[in-house]
Each structure stands twice: as structure tokens, then as C-alpha cells.
Write a protein that binds this ligand. Sequence first.
Ligand code: PBG
Length: 331
Amino acid sequence: MFKRKYPNTRLRRLRKNSNLIDLISETNISSNDLIQPIFIKENFKGTEEINSMPGILRLGLDQALIEVENILNAGVNSIAVFPIIDNDKKDSVGSEAIKQGNFISSSIKKIKDRFPEIVLIADVALDPYTDHGHDGILEDNKVINDETIDVLVNQALLLADAGADMIAPSDMMDGRIGAIRKALEKENFKDTILLSYAAKYNSKFYGPFRDAVNSAANLGKSSKSSYQMDVRNKNEAIQEVAMDINEGADIIMIKPALAYLDVIHVIKETFKIPTFAYQVSGEFSMLKHAINQKWLDNDVMLESLLSIKRAGADAILSYAAKDISKEINNK
Ligand code: PBG
């Protein structure tokens, strides 16, 4: 490296005013980098607060359609939809997940009918549908991989048929990307994008999400450690991503984001393919709560998102997407 020495080099020269600072900034966030997750609740009209997620609401489909318009108006063109399913529709194998015309597939149809240009991402996993709260089917209290994949494939086909642009398996079964890709090709969903939650950690930062979709109580003290990754590992994330790319993933995701910036970085550097990160519920809530208490300035949210981009993410799922987009566009 070239030698840089004071006073030939004064790094402060480029920090003289905000125009200069903006001019040399290396990382920026635009609305195009943001994806807004929304919670849609079955058999429900209106809105409902989520205690552990300040400012985020469970929406009836009526309100969801209004909210999607607000999100688009704020400049965010991509959403990820998460259903909240009636408790009495949940069973041990998540059968509602693959029922023709179920709540999420009819919701997706209505959203895509009204807003055809929106990029709609639909989650594949059984946890919204199982009475035990796990992402797959249980046998002797263990989630069984291959039998779960069979259901996930059908869930993915249903979501693709409903009009989801991206199918996002968040279940962490081995081999599911390959199986879903094969089925999509066979059923002529050749352009359905697979966004794999490739490196999804067994994180405590998902707590508020599980409240939001009412799966926390069902899961109880049970852990997802037999399928989600150990938080201590990084090499393993590289293997997970390599496998998913080989199996047909178009985009890979790292989740959570803030506590895993090193993982985002190494994966982007290694594979150089579209890489998304998920600022998950717990990350969002701790910042938002501190902002609401005035313990932290509002700008910590943007700072956090910038750090995720700087680490290498191309796009970020964030509960703050709509608000941040408004902020950066009104600047
Ligand atoms: C379900 C799923 C989870 C999240 C997204 N999809 C929860 C989990 O794995 O328990 C978490 C998102 C968040 O915390 O914001 N498979």
C-alpha cells in the first residue's frame, strides 16, 4: 500500500462539509434496496398492534391492500408477506399450508391483481400452520427432513401459482431448494425466483416475529436448533450457501443481519451473487423501542441498515423499510 502521511494527507479535508461528505460516501441506501415485510391476518378486518414490535401491525386483508399502496407510495416496490393463520386450522403436519385457495394464496392473488408490478415474496415453511410451531413435520419430536420437503414443494407450487414473484424457503431443510426448483421447472413456473434463506441462524432475535404470527406459544420451550444454524458458525454458512446456489437459488439471504455482518461480508465476497439480508424483528424492535424512548436518535435505524449494506447486502428486508424510504426521499 502507498504511504500516506500527515500533513500531505489530512483525511479531514474531505469532511469539511456535508456536500463533500456525501460526494465521497462509499455506501448508500435507496428505496430500491428495501423490502417491507407485512403481517396479514386471516378472518380479520382492520389492524391490531403487535406488543413486541412498536408501530408494526397485524393487518386484515382489507387493510393490507391499503398498506401495500402506502408502501408503494413511499417508494418501496417489494414486499414479503407473512400470514397469521386461525389457530383451529393448525395441525401437526401443517396441512393448511398446501390447501388450494388457502388464506395466503388468495391474499397474494388479490395483492398481485391490484398491484401487478410489485415484487411479492412469499415465505415457504410450515411454522405458521403447525400446532407445534416448528417449520417442518415431527416424528419422535424431531423435524424430519425429507417428508417435510415433500410438503414444502407443494406449498411452493401453491404460492407460485398464486402469483408470488419470489418463493423464499425459510425452513432450513437440507435439499429443499433443489426439490422446489425441480418441481417449479416441471410445472412450468420457469421464471419463479428462488430466494433462499440459506444461512438462517437459530437466533433469539426472532422472538417478536413469533409473537406477531402467534407461533411463540405453540413452540413453547422447543428449539429450532436441529435445522437452523448454530450462531457460532461461519464456515458452515458458506457450505449452506454453496449448496443452495448449486440447487438453483437465484438469490441467497443471511438472517439475522446486524449480528451477522461478518457472514454477509464473506458470502458476498465468496459467491458474488445477489445477496439479501433480513433485519429481523428483534433487531428492529430493540432499535425502535430505544428510539421511541428517546434513548437513541431516530437515525440509528438508517445507520444499522447502512452497516448491512456496507457488509455486502444488495437488499434488506426491514420492518422500517417504508419509513426509511420516506425519510431518504424527503431529504
Ligand atoms: C419462519 C420465519 C421466521 C422468521 C421469518 N420466517 C421465524 C423463525 O424462524 O422462527 C423471522 C423473521 C423475524 O424475526 O423478523 N420460518
